[in-house]
Design a binder for this molecule. Structure first.
Ligand code: MN
Ligand code: MN
Length: 466
């Protein structure tokens, strides 16, 4: 190739490269420490409630205080509200008043899992089980024959509630869902993947040892007795419980080079943690108020009182605005939101599902998604070109490694995020997030470099002025 052509190509063509070939020595040095903290965060918060609790603890350590309505607020103040124990909203009051808008990062902290049904406990074949109803988009065949643990609360009629943790601590017993042996699996093996494990087969094995004596349901009785001894609960109390089975596996490094992290719940705690950590780590008071929203219920459509569609967010923002006598609508129309949620990483094992020119790759940094959705962008907020240009500029100026990301081939499927619920509020919004391998599986994989670049990206957004 002539030098002239080479020069022209260098000038005109995109020069996106692997992040490891682009990252500064200073940024590379920050990755490991950040990722160790992130792994601890994952292990501490395997459910939305535990995750919210951990977020509140980290926020308080960083000087954030619970916001109370009517509180006087001034520049530099750091406040948070925990929404019913399942979501957290935090704000660092900026130099400019809220009529200049806020710089918002929104992510979700709920992940696909198996919830217990309201009447879960039964005995069959002299074994005790819990019935489950899955939460979010799972591939059901992935959940049998892995160790599971159970977390949640049982709310009692007297207004108290009991925190349940079975399998979360070292040395605890674990739960499991069984599968058919291959010797008898010929018929099951011919079924489509989505039908081979029916939802009603996702029953958690609880025990096998009957109470001494005669009669039926003695294994179930033994299990109920253990639960009563430990938690003081009766069978009817399951009616007002939220108990969630999640994989009993800790976050760990993946790969001989330790460049990846495997864990349950990267979607979307990987973006949630980046959004949180970036806010807590802001060294200076931001120009505009920086807001971090960590919502629940994204995996089932963001509905409900703790989801992103809930007025809880508007109420939080309106309270902050009231303190400055700013109408909420004025704040919203000047605000920018980075809707931070994971995207699909190109997987060479399933290359046919991706369109390589627009797929996100591991180690290419935070993925910008102009739109998500399915069947012709349905259900997407589809950010305008100007908004994408603003984020490109902010990231480039801060040296953040980023890429574009579209979730798989057109018409193969699709996905949603909280973006449209922010955009519907008249907040300019763009989707971005960490590429993930095996998204929604009990054990998902992300790149450490991408985790860290997402954190740097969040910081740049909080500091910038939309
Ligand atoms: Mn997500
Ligand atoms: Mn998801």
């Amino acid at each position: 190739m002539s030098d002239e052509l080479k020069e022209l190509k260098e000038k005109l063509f995109s020069a996106r490269k692997n992040g490891w070939d682009r990252i500064s020595a200073e940024d590379a040095a920050g990755i490991d420490g950040y990722c160790e903290d992130y792994k601890r965060f994952l292990d501490a918060g395997k459910t939305e409630r535990l995750c919210a609790k951990e977020i509140v603890a980290l926020a308080e350590q960083a000087g954030y205080v619970p916001y109370e309505r009517g509180m006087a607020l001034k520049t530099g103040d750091k406040v948070y509200v925990c929404n019913r124990g399942k979501g957290v909203m935090l704000a660092h009051l900026g130099r400019r008043p809220l009529d200049a808008g806020a710089q918002i990062a929104a992510a979700h902290i709920d992940s696909p899992r198996l919830d217990l049904k309201p009447n879960p406990l039964y005995e069959d074949g002299e074994l005790a089980y819990f019935k489950t109803h899955y939460y979010g988009g799972i591939r059901k065949y992935q959940w049998p024959t892995i160790p599971l643990e159970l977390h949640g609360v049982v709310a009692l009629k007297d207004g108290t509630s009991v925190a349940v943790n079975i399998g979360g601590d070292d040395g605890d017993p674990r739960l499991v869902i069984t599968d058919l042996l291959p010797h008898l699996g010929a018929e099951q093996g011919r079924k489509p993947l989505a039908e081979a494990i029916p939802a009603e087969n996702l029953n958690l094995l609880l025990g096998s040892r009957p109470v001494a004596g005669e009669g039926s349901d003695r294994v179930k009785l033994a299990i109920m007795q253990l639960l009563h001894d430990k938690y003081g609960i009766l069978e009817d109390d399951f009616t007002s419980a939220e108990l969630e089975a999640v994989p009993a596996v800790k976050a760990c490094d993946i790969g001989l080079d330790r460049s990846l992290i495997g864990s349950y719940g990267h979607d979307d705690r990987v973006c949630g943690y980046a959004a949180l950590r970036a806010l807590l780590d802001l060294e200076e008071t931001p120009e505009k108020t920086a807001v971090c929203v960590l919502a629940d219920k994204e995996e089932i459509g963001s509905d409900g009182v703790t989801g992103m569609q809930s007025a809880a967010f508007d109420t939080f923002m309106e309270d902050l605005c009231d303190a400055q006598e700013v109408p909420l609508r004025v704040c919203f129309e000047k605000s920018f939101c980075l809707s931070a949620d994971v995207t699909a990483a190109f997987d060479p094992n399933f290359a046919e599902a991706y369109e390589k020119r627009n797929a996100a790759f591991l180690n290419y940094g935070i993925g910008l998604c102009k739109y998500t959705g399915a069947r012709g962008k349905s259900g997407a907020s589809d950010a305008d070109a100007e908004t994408v240009a603003y984020v490109r500029r902010v990231f480039d100026e801060a040296g953040v490694i980023w890429q574009i990301a579209e979730l798989g081939k057109v018409d193969l499927g699709g996905g949603g995020t909280v973006a449209m619920y922010m955009a519907n509020r008249n907040i300019t919004t763009l989707d971005a997030g960490v590429p993930v391998l095996s998204m929604h599986a009990p054990f998902e994989t992300v790149s450490k470099l991408d985790c860290y670049e997402t954190y740097l990206g969040m910081k740049a957004v909080y500091r910038s002025v939309f």
